[in-house]
Ligand binder design. Structure first.
Ligand code: TMP
Length: 415
């Protein structure tokens, strides 16, 4: 009998074969919040990851179409988190100073400008700026704040148009965007085309090193087509005549890296790059073996989490979750968590309240209800905002409540 020929997946950038390292099962879109408890036409895809030792890019093998993910009703708004507003405000000030961005003449472009949180202080100070944002609703929120936004995906074609209309960009910024883009090579090409010779491209994304060391496998979902290491970014930059000149670890999204990329030989490459790459080599971020080991830690985390939630439910304890994050979609669907184990999810975003978590169908309720509801255990599904959430609710611990987390291992937070 003839056998079906299964094509070996290939790296989205290098076209070299990928090793399949992790399978997180059938998953809905991370942001696919449902209007009903169950949705028969819910979109599902197989969430598997591959790694290429040649490009060092950790990536999804099957990716849903980007129009499915980043449409008009895209639900994530940066300004729902106070700490993110502060983070972007200070980032803007720091970058302006570090690269001596001239307030009136230099052009600042943000790729994936979301609701305009990063660009707002620039716009207020009269800086020439432009946001590029594919989600229409988000672009409109920013436009209402008098921020200039182009409602589009960013690619090399748009980059050429921006350059001819506005001139070269001195600073190109992107936060939690680059890891979303499967056509990343074309985006790097676009940035290279659009940037001035002394331009600087700064972007931050969840960091692969943190995902491996914290076992935070929930960073893997449809929108995160890539999880980057500094080695991978140095490789990508080199393909278009650029280089990684500086990198900084930052705390957002449970551990991110801010990469500074410039045209080759324009800025001095500082020692942060060498130090991070050395650390990555020690962690094994250049080897398939590391990711296979990660896969077995993830399977172990699933087993323990399911066991603990089942034990809590059998003891009659009330368990809810805090933060209807896209990330937690991966956990709920991979672990097999349903309303019988976690009865509801608290959240503050108007777009999510009243809906149900993707696939698992857990109701999402206004976080304001948290103070009056009875809960014994809260699963920190927005674990990256733990400090903010726990800090605002000291009464919960005082009344005997416990905060459950899965990072770096399944257990209760020592407050
Ligand atoms: P993120 O992990 O992608 O930043 O998503 C955080 C989610 O958690 C978002 O839906 C907003 C929600 N959230 C709250 O409901 N209350 C809070 O205090 C914080 C910080 C976040």
């Amino acid at each position: 009998m003839g056998q079906l020929k299964v094509e070996k997946p290939i790296c989205l950038v290098s076209n070299e074969p990928l090793e399949v390292v992790l399978d997180l099962g059938k998953q809905p879109l991370g942001n696919g919040f449902m209007l009903e408890k169950s949705s028969p036409d819910q979109f599902y895809f197989q969430l598997t990851c591959g790694f290429s030792e040649s490009s060092k890019l950790f990536q999804l093998i099957e990716q849903p179409s980007k129009n499915l993910m980043f449409h008009e009703f895209y639900a994530f708004e940066t300004s729902t988190s106070k700490s993110m507003i502060e983070h972007f405000k200070s980032t803007g000030i720091e970058l302006k100073k570090r690269y001596q961005i001239n307030s009136s003449s230099d052009l600042v472009v943000e790729i994936g400008s979301n609701d305009g949180t990063f660009l707002e202080p620039f716009a207020r100070s009269g800086q020439r700026h432009l946001g590029v944002e594919p989600a229409k609703g988000l672009a409109e929120i920013a436009q209402q704040k008098d921020i200039r936004v182009l409602n589009s995906f960013f690619d090399s074609k748009i980059a050429t148009e921006i350059k001819s209309e506005h001139g070269s960009a001195r600073l190109v910024f992107a936060a939690n965007v680059m890891c979303h883009i499967s056509e990343i090579f074309d985006v790097f090409l676009g940035v290279k085309l659009m940037m001035s010779d002394d331009g600087i491209f700064v972007f931050e994304d969840p960091y692969l090193g943190d995902v491996i060391s914290k076992n935070s496998y929930d960073q893997i979902y449809d929108e995160h087509v890539f999880l980057f290491s500094a080695m991978a970014i140095d490789y990508l930059a080199s393909l278009v005549g650029m280089e990684l000149i500086h990198c900084e670890r930052i705390v957002t999204h449970g551990g991110s890296m801010r990469f500074h990329v410039a045209n080759r030989n324009v800025y001095a490459k500082d020692r942060s790059v060498r130090e991070i790459i050395e650390e990555e080599t020690r962690l094994g971020l250049d080897r398939v073996q590391t990711f296979l080991k990660f896969a077995s830690s993830v399977a172990n985390s699933k087993k323990i989490m399911k066991g603990e939630l089942t034990r809590l439910a059998e003891s009659g304890l009330v368990v809810s979750a805090y933060g209807a994050t896209s990330k937690s979609t991966t956990i709920y669907n991979y672990v097999g968590i349903h309303e019988g184990l976690i009865s509801q999810i608290y959240d503050n975003s108007p777009q999510k309240i009243g809906k149900f978590s993707p696939g698992a169908g857990i109701p999402i309720v206004n976080e304001k209800n948290f103070v009056s509801d009875r809960n014994d255990v809260i699963f920190l599904s927005a674990w990256n905002h733990s400090k903010e959430i726990i800090g605002r609710n000291p009464w919960f611990q005082i009344q005997g409540g416990k905060w459950l987390t899965h990072v770096p291992t399944v257990g209760y937070v020592d407050v």
